[in-house]
Design a protein around this ligand. Structure first.
Ligand SMILES: Nc1ncnc2c1ncn2[C@@H]1O[C@H](COP(=O)(O)OP(=O)(O)OP(=O)(O)O)[C@@H](O)[C@H]1O
Length: 648
């Protein structure tokens, strides 16, 4: 019996309902939507490059005019050839029209090539514009938005398919303009030959257009319904083919489990896709049958007009050619109506995301002048609730810290230390209470203004795939010439390690690129600390800055932090309590509440939770040390510290 998937069912997110509703609209409503999709596509293309958009559209229009011109010239040729008289004279009489046919054909080819060139130039510009607009928002939205699973899903759809859809949509819209121009040209020719033929042609176009739009809708609906499953498939594919997971996957013999999960998802996905393909094929088949019947009807009308004598033979011959050209133009138009509609649906994911991301932007206050570096940070009875969680991560917490002071946040896992630090740094805003820098609430400040003053060594730092030097310079536009990078690396104990890399500071730190190198966890952490030292910000937040460091590096790092402390406000989070003894004030958190606070000595004397945890750790280090008494320091002095930890 097949095993059940170990992963929980995915729920549809609330934000999704609008696009489900949109995708479920009826055929007529879809047809009504097309002009608005086209308008948006042309607007975007115009913003990317007005010149190339105009060129592509006008050149396609001119191609259509050349087609009509060519067809009407053909009628002149046929009229001359079907006239009474000797053959040579008839051919001679047809020559001017023949020359016009040749000129129209050459013009049509030239114009169509030029239109293709304008379109080819336009497409990458459109993609860049669309992506740039997306990334402007994703790098600016409130951090809290990323806690909402729906937002991440939506962002993924907009990023992976949505921005590509913009490019495809513009391509389809311009191809559609070419198809429509061709269709208009042939329609005009037919209308000039006999108005009844035009009506018949328009009727014949309906079934093909219906089939195209319905097939597109089916594909979108299926894709839409399975985004979550596809994400899970990609996630599994990533887990099975990634350098970072390769070792753990083997050590925990996870291969059968992951492959089984993959099989289950892939099977369900294939069944769905085949179902969509079957329904699309049936739709296209019905469309083709009706389209064929309608075309036969058009030729029947043509025959009737000819027999009745209301259409001369030369015009009938031209009408046959025009109908053939109309079929080609119709096929182009219908294919691209299909594409425009389909891409328009994905495009709505993109525009919808832009709109909703726009609503999650931080509120920039009316100008109050730049926020100066804080002398005092006060946290006033703050409570923070993450999205989709039942209980708050921080509850009614208050603290104050002044320039030159170091505070430490300690407590068990999940007690709210990182969350409180994020509030202090203005990365999140509290639901209740306020975080104030010199009396000014961060909720009313420009976030960039706040972060300018903050350096952060976070618990989960990213391995940025840049050179070692750029990893330290991150977030600055500095030209690294004055030795400050090396000085920061020395303070973080990273200089010797970087010098030992094949290209020193210019070594690319990513194995995804040729010649790139990777670092150990501790080496990356030193680099993260060097980045914070380089930034030399007035507020320094260190969240478990030494979790991956060896004892010597850890000692050096904390010595460097202490040395620089008088120049800034330092917020320190660590589970190694020996490192917080020097803090001016220690706050102990439990379940989001500050349960104790004071200096190390005060907290030890109080004999509460901090004293208990400290004693527990101390006994682990000092064999024979009595619980409640600190362990002997691991380094009596800084003599064997790497680099210049005592430089600050
Ligand atoms: N982005 C988030 N979205 C939802 N819940 C979160 C988020 N970040 C943290 N939490 C939850 O908030 C609570 C506090 O987390 P926080 O990371 O602040 O704890 P911590 O004290 O720093 O823990 P640790 O010592 O393990 O780093 C935890 O219950 C955690 O699951």
């Amino acid at each position: 019996m097949a095993k059940q998937s170990a992963l929980p069912e995915l729920k549809a997110a609330g934000w999704d309902s609008h696009s489900v509703a949109m995708a479920n609209v009826r055929f007529t409503a879809m047809a009504r939507r097309l002009p608005s999709i086209l308008r948006q596509a042309v607007t975007l293309a115009w913003q990317a490059s007005a010149r190339d958009t105009l060129a592509a559209l006008v050149l396609n229009l001119c191609t259509g005019v050349a087609t009509a011109f060519g067809l009407l010239a053909t009628r002149g040729v046929l009229q001359a050839l079907f006239d009474a008289g000797p053959t040579l004279e008839r051919v001679r009489a047809a020559l001017p029209s023949l020359a016009m046919v040749a000129a129209a054909t050459a013009a049509r080819s030239g114009l169509s090539i030029a239109a293709g060139w304008a379109q080819a130039r336009l497409e990458p510009q459109v993609l860049n514009t669309a992506e740039r607009r997306l990334f402007e928002l994703t790098t600016r939205v409130k951090l809290a938005a990323f806690d909402d699973a729906g937002f991440s899903d939506e962002m993924e759809r907009a990023r992976n398919r949505g921005s590509l859809a913009v490019q495809f949509l513009v391509r389809a819209a311009i191809d559609l303009s070419a198809g429509l121009a061709g269709l208009a040209a042939t329609a005009l020719t037919l209308a000039l030959l006999h108005p009844l033929l035009l009506g018949a042609l328009l009727l014949a176009s309906v079934p093909a257009a219906w089939a195209a739009i319905r097939a597109a809708r089916l594909a979108y609906l299926s894709n839409h319904a399975h985004t979550s499953r596809r994400r899970r498939l990609w996630m599994l594919a990533d887990l099975m083919a990634h350098r970072a997971t390769a070792a753990e996957l083997r050590a925990f013999t996870m291969r059968p489990f992951l492959l089984r999960e993959y099989d289950q998802m892939a099977r369900a996905e294939t069944v769905t896709e085949l179902d969509v393909v079957r329904r699309q094929t049936v739709t296209r088949l019905i469309g083709s049958v009706f389209s064929g019947i309608a075309t036969a009807g058009v030729y029947a009308v043509l025959g009737a007009l000819l027999i009745e004598g209301s259409l001369p033979l030369a015009s009938a011959g031209t009408a046959v050619l025009a109908l053939q050209a109309a079929r080609t133009a119709l096929a182009l138009a219908v294919t691209n109506v299909n594409r425009v509609y389909e891409e328009g649906l994905y495009f709505s994911d993109y525009t919808g995301f832009l709109e909703r991301a726009g609503q999650r932007m931080p509120r920039i206050p009316a100008q109050r002048g730049p926020l100066p570096a804080p002398h005092t940070i006060s946290v006033e009875r703050v409570t923070l609730h993450y999205a989709d969680t039942d209980s708050p991560a921080v509850t009614d917490a208050s603290l104050t810290v002044h320039h030159g002071q170091t505070i430490a946040l300690v407590g068990e896992n999940g007690s709210g230390k990182t969350s409180l630090a994020r509030l202090i740094a203005g990365l999140y805003h509290p639901d209740h209470g306020a975080v104030c820098w010199d009396g000014r609430s961060l909720s009313g400040a420009d976030p960039d203004d706040v972060w300018r003053h903050v350096a952060m060594v976070s618990q989960e730092y990213w391995h940025w795939p840049f050179t070692a030097e750029r990893n330290i310079l991150l977030g600055t536009d500095d030209e690294p010439a004055d030795g400050r990078v090396q000085a920061a690396a020395r303070r973080a104990g990273a200089h010797d390690m970087i010098e030992g890399l094949p290209d020193g500071y210019q070594t690319l730190l990513s194995r995804n690129f040729r010649g790139g190198q990777d670092l150990s966890g501790g080496q990356w952490q030193r680099l993260a600390a060097a980045r914070a030292f380089y930034r030399d910000a007035p507020v320094l937040i260190c969240d478990e800055p030494s979790a991956a460091l060896d004892a010597r590096a850890e000692h050096a790092l904390f010595a460097a932090l202490r040395a620089g402390a008088p120049r800034r406000i330092t917020v320190l989070i660590t589970h190694r309590l020996a490192n917080v003894r020097h803090a001016d004030h220690i706050y102990v958190l439990r379940d989001g509440h500050i349960t104790e606070h004071g200096t190390h000595d005060e907290l030890i004397a109080a004999g509460g939770g901090y004293a208990e945890l400290f004693a527990l750790q101390a006994t682990g280090y000092a064999t024979g040390a009595a619980p409640g008494r600190p362990a002997a320091p691991r380094q009596a002095n800084g003599a064997d510290m790497p680099d210049a930890a005592r430089q600050e």
